[in-house]
Each structure stands twice: as C-alpha cells, then as structure tokens.
Ligand binder design. Structure first.
Ligand code: NAI
Ligand SMILES: O=C(O)/C=C/C=C(\O)C(=O)O
Length: 500
C-alpha cells in the first residue's frame, strides 16, 4: 500500500464537471469509484444531469461561434497545445500513479506509456498544424480550386476506461488543434486523470468555454451528449455495442461520427519468424495493459512446424507473468477494471472448454489476494476460428492459439471476424509479409513488431472496429470541414450550360 492510495481511501476525491471555465457544483447523483486492487472507494463522481450536458454544449457553442479560439493563429494554438503538454509532463508522476490506482494497470506502464502519450498527443498536434496546409488545383489558366480545412464546431469526446487520459487526450488535442471547442466525457469507471487534467490546466490556458468536462454514466450523461442537437461531431473510443448505440442516437441529427471500437486482432507467426522475438511480442501484444486493449493481438496463429515449441514456451511465459498490485514495481498484470470484466474471463474459459478448446493456462480468478478483481492470464488452444473465444472481444488477458499450415488458410481465418483493427505478421520473407498485409482486412498491419504508433499515420478499423482514423490527416478529416473554393480570375466567358 502506498501513501497516495491510503490518502484516497481515507478521504475519497469528489469529482464533477467543468463548464465554461468553472467547476460544476458537486450536487449530482453520486457514483462510487472503486480502486480495482483494493475494492475500496477512492472517489465519488457527481453525475452531470441532462441540464448540465446542455449547459456544457451551449458553453462550447458560444465559445465556437463568438469566442476567439477558432480564429487564433497557428502559432497561438501551438503555444496553447504545448502549454498543456508541459502541464502534463510537470505532473506526470502524479498522473501515472493516479491512473494506475484507478485502472489497475501497472504503474510501470502508465508511467512509461499512458502519460507520456497523453502529453505527446499535444506536442504532435502542435507540430502537425505547423506543417499541414490545404490543397490548390488548377484546371485552366485563371481558375483556381482551393481546398481548405476549417474548424468543424463543437466536438463531443467520449473516452474509454482502458487508457483514460492517453486516449482522451488524443481526442482533445486533435479537436483543439483544428480550432474546435469540446465537451469531454470520460468513462464513469475512470474519471480521475481527465478531471485532474482540467485542474492542472486551470483557467488561463484556453478561452472560456473552449474545453468543457461532463462526468457521469453512459446512460444519463453520455446519452444526453450523443443525442444533443448542439454538437457537430462525436468521437468515441470504447466497445462496439456502445458505439452502435451512440451512432443510432447521432443519426437523428446527422452528426459526424468517429468511432474507435473493438478488435480481435490476429497475430500470425510463420515458421520462418525470429522465434524468440515473436514469442516476446506475442506475450506483449496479448497481455500488455492487462490485455484490456482494443489492438490486443489476442488471436494467435502459429504455423505447424513451430507450433509445439511455441505452445510450450508461451504457456510457460504466461504462467510466469507477475500478477499483483499495479503500484508495486515489477507487476506485469494488475486487476481487471471491475468484477464484471474479471468474471467475463471465467465465462469465456468455460465457453471455450464447452467448444473443445484446450486450456493451457489460467481460466479462473487469481487467488493470491483476498481482495481485488484479479484474474489469471488465460491461454486456450482452439481447434478452429468459429469458437466464441476466437470471435468475440473478451477485453482482458485472454489469448487463443490456432495452428495453421497454409498462408491462404491463415489469411482467411484472420479475416473471418466482424472486427478489422490490427493484423500482426511475423516472417523473414518480405514478399510474403507484403502479400499477407495486402490481404488482411484491417486498418493497421504490423510486420515483425508489436504495437508501434506513429501518430502521423491513421489508426482505426475496418468493419465493426470503427469509422474514421485517429492521427495525422485522419484526425484532420475527423475534426474539420473540408471547404472547396473555386476562384475565377479576370473577365471570362461563362460556360454554356443549357441557358443562353
Ligand atoms: N477501446 C476499446 O476497444 C474498449 C472496448 N471496451 C469493450 O466494451 C465493453 C463494454 O465496456 P463498457 O465499460 O461498457 O465501456 P464502453 O466502452 O462501452 O463505454 C465507454 C464510454 O461510453 C460511454 N457510454 C456508454 N453508453 C453510452 C451511450 N448510450 N451514449 C453515450 N455514451 C455512452 C461510457 O459512459 C464511457 O464513457 C467491454 O467489455 C469491452 O469489451 C471497453 C473499453 C474500451
Ligand atoms: O494509441 C495507442 O497506442 C493505443 C490505442 C489503444 C486503443 O485505442 C484502445 O485500446 O482502445
């Protein structure tokens, strides 16, 4: 136990919204925030009502329509984004610890990855807008077709619980960079770091109403936001079913959606791969972030000649993963976010056994502690791809392994999914890597590497993994209106289009 956690348990934080530059009075319905390691209350969330959501959207609307933000110079926006970057970095240790306590994700990872990424998102977009331009075309002398990317308006940004600050910051940084105003709603399970970010930024950095925060459940606060007629777009990261519900709500107002949803990514290991690196990376891809990652390589395919060796080694490595308190150095797997996610793992293990899969590791709660939502990292050998454990997103430390012989067969099994987020390929044969990459129906393909994000590239999914891309030009498409202005210069004869 560390003092930070003890302090929160003794005196839970009270968290609410932040509208028009001011904290919202803490009088909304109370939602208890649990520490998944201790199951104790560490915060009380005061839910923002439908009326508060309306106030937040109106504040963002007024700031967009009448405030200075969308007309600021690139240099001014860059300075603001960098001020937020610096504020996050100045508080990185505190934010890393808070994120680890709230999510159960090992502090080693929140420190090295989540919070660094949260800050880097702001630096990235500051640099991007310094480079990005519009487009100009000419058809004939004197006619200029100009394409510009204009701020879109009020952006509703709904974040997930598996990388709360890092992924929400990606949305905030992108929306602000292109001159928009925002209403942010974090997951009601993990609101602490985003709320802390609002405190850290304070009031001087952005004009009033540009960045607003509402907090609460998806049912009340989230659905009020997604159905609000005053938003211009909504960017969501989370589960596919929730994404579908939000899309249905947005359809009425024809609002622009950006959806980063679930995955069931194939990790294809050919027999000629660098075995040791592929093994290490398979472990990382499936179990990093407690396995709670949309891009997890949770569906492993191994080619037959190396299957026996891989199965033995992988099983051993998974059984050796250090499960524990996310604040203790060296912990590799912390608790699941809540009891429901922990129980999901057991249910899927039972479902796998019922469909003739073989349990290689895990499959039950971790019993090393009397408290906490701990589950054993689980691996099952699946006879084919039709099993529920190979088709459905489990979103936890749960990997399936299938054995394959032919390239054509593994590509077809990899694509046999309603999802299409990421594909991982391990081979020394470049020709094959490029061929398989071209055939995979996924938004991102990683060859001989676990996840590397280059924020200049777009990240997002085919099929039910989402709509739109985050990063670089993908974020620009998401957060701007593309305007075409056609300019004719000098006196010209008009085109004859059926009228004299
Ligand atoms: N990044 C990803 O791919 C993630 C996937 N998941 C998957 O989704 C499943 C369900 O997870 P949940 O905890 O329910 O999170 P979720 O991902 O479905 O919800 C995330 C956010 O959406 C909000 N929300 C929920 N219903 C809403 C609605 N009708 N309108 C507007 N906002 C709404 C929530 O308040 C939260 O801020 C998980 O079991 C997991 O499989 C969960 C988190 C992240
Ligand atoms: O950007 C990353 O590095 C990770 C992204 C992960 C998700 O979007 C997710 O798990 O939802």
């Amino acid at each position: 136990m560390t003092s930070k956690r003890d302090a929160l348990t003794d005196r839970p934080l009270h968290v609410g919204g932040h509208i028009g530059g001011r904290p919202v009075p803490l009088d909304g319905a109370e939602i208890e925030i649990l520490d998944p390691t201790t199951e104790k209350t560490i915060a009380v969330l005061h839910e923002d009502s439908v009326e508060n959501v309306d106030r937040a959207v109106r504040a963002a609307r007024a700031a967009f329509d009448h405030g200075p933000w969308r007309k600021t110079t690139v240099a001014e926006r860059q300075a603001t984004l960098m001020a937020i970057h610096d504020a996050i970095m100045a508080h990185s240790e505190e934010l890393s610890e808070l994120e680890a306590i709230n999510t159960g994700i090992p502090a080693g990872l929140t420190r090295a990855f989540h919070i660094q990424r949260a800050a880097h998102n702001f630096r990235f977009f500051a640099e991007y807008i310094g480079q990005a331009g519009g487009d100009v075309y000419t058809q004939e002398p004197g006619i200029l077709s100009q394409v510009t990317y204009e701020p879109l308006g009020v952006c509703a940004l709904i974040g997930p619980w598996n990388m709360p600050l890092g992924l929400t910051a990606m949305k905030i940084a992108g929306a602000l960079a292109f001159g928009n105003t925002c209403v942010v709603k974090p997951s009601e399970l993990t609101p602490l770091t985003v709320a802390r970010l609002f405190e850290i930024i304070g009031n001087g950095v952005l004009p009033e109403g540009v960045l607003n925060l509402v907090n609460g459940s998806g049912q009340v606060t989230g659905s009020a936001l997604s159905a609000h007629s005053g938003i211009d777009m909504l960017s969501f990261t989370g589960g596919t079913q929730t994404g579908a519900n939000i899309l249905a709500a947005m359809a009425k107002g024809i609002k622009r959606p950006a959806m980063e949803l679930g995955g069931k990514s194939a990790n294809i290991i050919f027999a000629d791969a660098d075995f040791d690196t592929a093994l290490d990376a398979a472990l990382l891809s499936a179990f990093m972030n407690n396995g709670q990652m949309c891009l997890a390589g949770s569906r492993i395919f191994v080619q037959r000649p190396i299957a026996g060796r891989f199965l033995g080694a992988f099983e051993q490595r998974v059984k050796a993963l250090r499960i524990g308190d996310p604040l203790v150095a060296g912990t590799e797997i912390g608790p699941m976010i809540n009891a429901a996610q922990r129980d999901r793992l057991k249910r899927y293990a039972a479902s796998g056994l019922g469909q003739n899969a073989t349990l290689l590791a895990g499959g039950k709660d971790f019993e090393g502690f009397d408290r906490g939502f701990f589950a054993e990292p689980t691996v099952m050998l699946a006879p084919d791809n039709s099993l529920a454990i190979c088709q459905e997103e489990i979103f936890g430390p749960f990997a399936t392994i299938q054995i394959f012989d032919e390239e054509e067969d593994v590509v077809s099994r990899a694509n046999d999914s309603v999802f299409g987020l990421v594909g991982y390929i391990w081979t020394r044969d470049l020709e094959r890597a490029l061929r398989v990459s071209a055939d995979l129906r996924t938004g991102t393909v990683l060859v001989n590497t676990p996840i590397i994000r280059d924020l200049r590239t777009g990240f997002g999914g085919y099929k039910q993994s989402g709509l739109g891309r985050e990063g670089g030009n993908g974020s620009r498409a998401m957060f701007t209106e593309m305007k075409s202005t056609i300019i004719a210069r000098g006196k010209r004869s008009l085109p004859r289009l059926g009228l004299s």
